[in-house]
Write a new protein. Structure first.
Length: 381
């Protein structure tokens, strides 16, 4: 009997160890995650309840199971009570035995919880981008010196190319969160506004840097220019046109929807790009014109990302300003209405004078004159 009990205990411990897995809290823009109580769902299973406590970023946790009917949530035990947390904010710990299969999909295959993602949530890449653009601007002016012109012709596009490539890489990694360092929810109105000021200067410098390079490349008084506009128009139009094709295809050509969308994208992107390439080749030669067109393509994408981010940030700040002004106007309106109502109440409770016969008058003089008339009338009687 004792032997059976020992064997059962060993099997039970092994089963618990197999189900329990170690995870590490891994969030990008916060120092902690929220743990919730577990409540039964009306339709069966379990759902997160009220917020219970926070767990620090980087803390290692032991998960016993996933939430019943909600496999995206993991369950931990604290003080003999179960709580649930979001599985997307966790990464499988290296302390698990080899071959451990996680309770959740490994998001690192999708670029989540990777060193690159964490790199772009630090200020380092954005400082590198700024330094590259500052260096490009300085070289554009130093390139006017004949001795430095040839190095500047090579280094300026190289700096802009690297900076633009980093912008594209950051956006591809973080998506809309790429401008976290200027986020209103994190830094508030003034913090976001102060960060937006150098961002405005940066975007303006990025936009006009290509025109300055054009002067450096062809000379101050040359009629030659880099062909940018056709490619920029194509890049700006290809996404909206592709979306229109996708929505239209859902109605008219469902079976060939993806093919039609791909054709529309390639055509709208390719026409302007081809025109710019043709013009740049005729201006700078086949090899230099092709390299110039490739550089311009990366540059335009970087400008679009920066400009869209800046517009989004400014619109949000403007919206907050409008909300503040609307609040001030509402307070003034309510205050003015209250003051007006108070004035009316004061008028209704003003002093009333009575004459000898009980008549009401608005002033003491009127009451006195009425009393005199009453006295004269009585004297005449």
């Amino acid at each position: 009997m004792k032997t059976r009990l020992i064997v059962f205990t060993i099997l039970l411990v092994n089963a618990l160890c197999a189900s329990a897995q170690k995870y590490v809290v891994d969030v990008l823009f916060s120092d902690s995650i929220q743990a919730y109580t577990i409540e039964p769902a009306k339709s069966g299973g379990e759902v997160p309840g009220t917020a219970a406590f926070k767990i620090a970023n980087g803390e290692e946790l032991t998960l016993t199971r996933v939430l019943e009917g909600n496999p995206g949530r993991g369950v931990i035990v604290r003080d003999d009570k179960e709580y649930c947390i979001d599985g997307d904010l966790l990464v499988l710990s290296e302390d698990n035995p080899a071959g451990t299969v996680g309770l959740f999909p490994d998001l690192r295959q999708d670029g989540k919880h990777t060193a690159i993602e964490h790199f772009f949530t630090t200020i380092t890449p954005y400082i590198i981008i700024s330094i590259l653009f500052v260096a490009a601007i300085l070289l554009l002016f130093l390139g006017r010196i004949e001795l430095l012109r040839r190095p500047a012709l090579l280094l300026v596009p190289l700096c802009i190319l690297l900076a633009s490539a980093l912008e594209i890489w950051a956006y591809a990694t973080l998506g809309g969160d790429v401008f976290w360092w200027c986020d209103y929810d994190t830094y508030g109105f003034w913090g976001s506004a102060l960060r937006a000021i150098p961002f405005v200067i940066f975007v303006v410098a990025q936009v006009f840097s290509i025109k300055l390079y054009e002067r450096l490349l062809f000379g101050e008084h040359s009629d030659k220019e880099i062909s940018i506009k056709p490619m920029a128009i194509s890049m700006g139009a290809c996404i909206p046109l592709t979306l229109i094709a996708v929505f239209a295809g859902a109605v008219w050509w469902r079976s060939a929807n993806e093919v039609v969308a791909a054709i529309v994208f390639l055509a709208s992107f390719g026409i302007g790009t081809f025109i710019s390439w043709k013009r740049n080749v005729s201006t700078a030669g086949k090899v230099n014109g092709s390299l110039l067109t490739l550089f311009i393509a990366v540059y335009i994408i970087g400008v679009i990302i920066a400009a869209v981010g800046l517009i989004t940030i400014l619109l949000r700040l403007i919206l907050q300003i409008l909300l503040i002004l609307a609040g001030i106007a509402a307070i003034l309106f309510v205050g003015g209405s209250a003051a007006g109502g108070g004035g009316g109440g004061g008028g209704s409770s003003k002093t009333v004078w009575y004459d000898a016969e009980g008549g009401c008058h608005n002033s003491e003089i009127d009451a006195r004159m009425a009393n005199e008339r009453i006295a004269e009338r009585k004297a005449g009687l």
